[in-house]
Design a protein around this ligand. Structure first.
Ligand code: ATP
Length: 587
């Protein structure tokens, strides 16, 4: 299939922000795509080459290098290209303007097929070491020499990570359901498949080749991460007990990084909360996992920085020192960790996600030999408010964030990829009316004044409207940042700048931010309370006509590198939190 078909579909996707229209465009594209390259089309449309959990090199080339490639391919002077980019704001669109001019043709030009584009981008991604920068430029130039203006525009946007239309995984699944089964009624089956096998390229190919029943029969596979089960929130133990049927398990809520570990013999891979491959970061944890008394297994736990002498838990920020690519041995020594295991998803050939909590916990206990760096999450089973309260206090005194209450009923399965009511978190009160912190994505910024004149003074933040897959604003955050945070803003957001409001962002705020960003960076914020607000679009019209919800006096807590924009707090959670806050006030 010609890459031009893809470029045309991208053009259409860019011209709408309506989810239904985007789905229709994708359905048409999927139906046109031969099955052998269906996975490649899906990955390219997501702006990647492989699922991120494979840990393979990602597409990426600096804008400067891409400009050089354009110059090589078109014969146009770098300075002129540079100026055009400054004028238009994007190299892809600039290329579109140039390409009416005669370009150099390669001697033997091969047709620009999806396969050729994909394979070339993969070669570019994989190139490393001396001479690789040059190699990448030449490869890209070779491709650009053979394309038409539309193809070039979208290839450049792809390599620069600026596809802009940002298709959500949910929308791709809608389109797959319609394309292969006629309507969306099969979506729950596809979604279940995706939750235990988060590789939409492969799901699409399996659907096309073997049909829906193959997806229905999918099993958990070692070294393919399972999308993680998440917790709901409530603000009192009494409510939690009522919700969980009067009796439940309670575990310490450790404040570290969630890890899903896959083991087969001596081979171990680790996956983070947003399914990134974290294996190389934690060789010490891999070693601990090899000690489990199960040849093949998938377990989950929270990795926490500790003081090795006292065994005390250290704050989350300490663990962030382990997020590095180099000098890992040094980091292991300086920032040792303990892995607190709390779940098991597979043992041997048996998938355990449909087993109830108590059975899973028993199986987990049987394979763990505890030591200073590997422990089971501290847990009790109780039906008593006073006992749970004491357990909650012990957890806080031990350096945890609170507790996670877990259902122990027969249906207390591991709900892959879902934030259901089988797990409920209760965090330490922040002495505010807000029941919990909120994870938001940064969508814009305002220039600072005075001391902050050279950086951004405040960031415009949004939550996720999970139905429409849009980001709706909820606050402007200017406090809680350290000087180091502030000084790093410009560089951090440089690659995410957009010349216009991203179509996925719904905002009515006035004045508009000075700069818009492609939603990417997630941060955790806390405020005094949630309030009604005419200027923010989160929960608009859901509590009161012409009002949205805003965080009052929002403060930055920390960056959440372990989360992607798809994992942030959703609109329905915020509405729930607002209602819980009202209840708290009236109690
Ligand atoms: P938060 O923002 O509160 O850390 P989250 O959005 O990452 O949470 P939640 O579902 O809200 O995810 O809270 C569950 C998180 O708490 C898990 O992702 C995990 O990292 C952490 N956690 C710590 N201890 C436990 C435990 N005993 N059982 C389950 N999760 C735990």
């Amino acid at each position: 299939m010609r890459y031009g078909v893809l470029a045309k579909a991208y053009e259409e996707l860019e011209s709408t922000s309506k989810r239904l229209e985007m789905t229709d465009i994708l359905v048409k594209l999927i139906k046109q795509t031969p099955v052998e390259i269906l996975d490649k089309v899906i990955f390219l449309t997501q702006g990647k080459l492989h699922p991120s959990w494979l840990g393979l090199p990602v597409i990426g080339i600096a804008e400067k290098s891409a400009i050089k490639a354009v110059s090589l391919a078109t014969g146009i002077n770098i300075k002129i290209i540079d100026e055009k980019v400054k004028e238009i704001g994007d190299l892809g669109s600039a290329f579109e303007k140039f390409s009416t001019k005669k370009r150099q043709k390669t001697l033997i030009s091969t047709p620009i097929t999806v396969k050729r584009v994909y394979l070339t981008l993969d070669e570019i991604a994989q190139a490393s070491g001396p001479g690789s920068a040059d190699f990448k430029i030449r490869k890209l130039a070779g491709l650009l020499a053979d394309v038409n203006k539309l193809e070039g525009k979208w290839i450049l946007r792809t390599v620069l990570g600026k596809l802009r239309f940002g298709i959500a995984d949910q929308t791709i699944m809608d389109a797959l359901a319609i394309a292969f089964t006629g309507d969306k009624s099969s979506k729950p089956i596809i979604e279940r498949g995706y939750n235990i096998h988060p590789n939409l390229g492969e799901i699409a190919k399996t659907l096309a080749k073997e049909g829906l029943s193959a997806i229905e029969n999918m099993k958990i596979e070692l070294f393919t991460p399972v999308r993680m089960m998440l917790a709901q929130r409530l603000s009192s133990i009494k409510e939690i007990l009522e919700k969980l049927g009067g009796k439940c398990a309670c575990e310490f809520k450790y404040d570290g990084e969630r890890i899903q570990a896959h083991k087969s013999g001596k081979k171990v891979e680790l996956y983070s909360r947003n399914l990134e491959n974290a294996t190389s970061q934690y060789p010490d944890v891999c070693e601990l996992i090899t000690q489990l008394k199960a040849n093949e297994t998938i377990v989950e736990g929270e990795c926490v920085a500790i003081n090795p002498e006292s065994g005390e838990l250290r704050p989350f920020q300490e663990l962030m020192h382990r997020r590095r690519k180099y000098e890992i041995d040094d980091a292991i020594e300086k920032y040792p960790v303990c892995l607190f295991l709390f779940d098991i998803l597979k043992k041997g050939k048996t998938d355990l996600i449909d087993f109830p909590y108590t059975e899973r916990r028993k199986i987990l206990e049987n394979i763990v030999r505890e030591n200073d760096h590997l422990k089971l999450a501290t847990a009790i089973i109780s039906d008593n408010v006073t006992e749970i309260e004491a357990f909650f206090n012990t957890s806080i005194e031990s350096g945890c964030e609170g507790i996670i209450a877990k259902s122990i009923k027969n249906d207390s399965v591991y709900q892959a990829g879902a934030r259901g009511w089988l797990w409920i978190k209760l965090k330490e009160s922040y002495q505010s009316k807000m029941v919990d912190s909120i994870d938001v994505v940064v969508v814009g910024a305002y220039w600072g004044r005075g001391k902050r004149a050279r950086t951004y003074g405040a960031l415009l933040c949004a939550i996720l409207d999970e139905k429409e897959q849009k980001y709706k604003t909820i606050c402007k955050v200017g406090s809680g940042f350290t000087d180091e945070n502030l000084a790093g803003f410009i560089e951090k957001f440089e690659k995410n700048k957009m010349d216009i409001k991203p179509p996925k962002v719904i905002s009515i705020i006035k004045p508009e931010p000075d700069i818009w960003f492609e939603p990417k960076f997630v941060m955790e914020v806390i405020g005094d309370e949630l309030t009604l607000s005419p200027t923010h679009t989160a929960g608009f019209n859901s509590i009161r006509q012409n009002s949205g919800l805003a965080i009052r006096f929002p403060r930055f807590i920390r960056w959440r590198e372990d989360k992607s924009p798809a994992d942030i707090t959703t609109e329905s959670e915020v509405i729930d939190m607002y209602n819980q806050q009202l209840k708290q006030i009236s109690q």
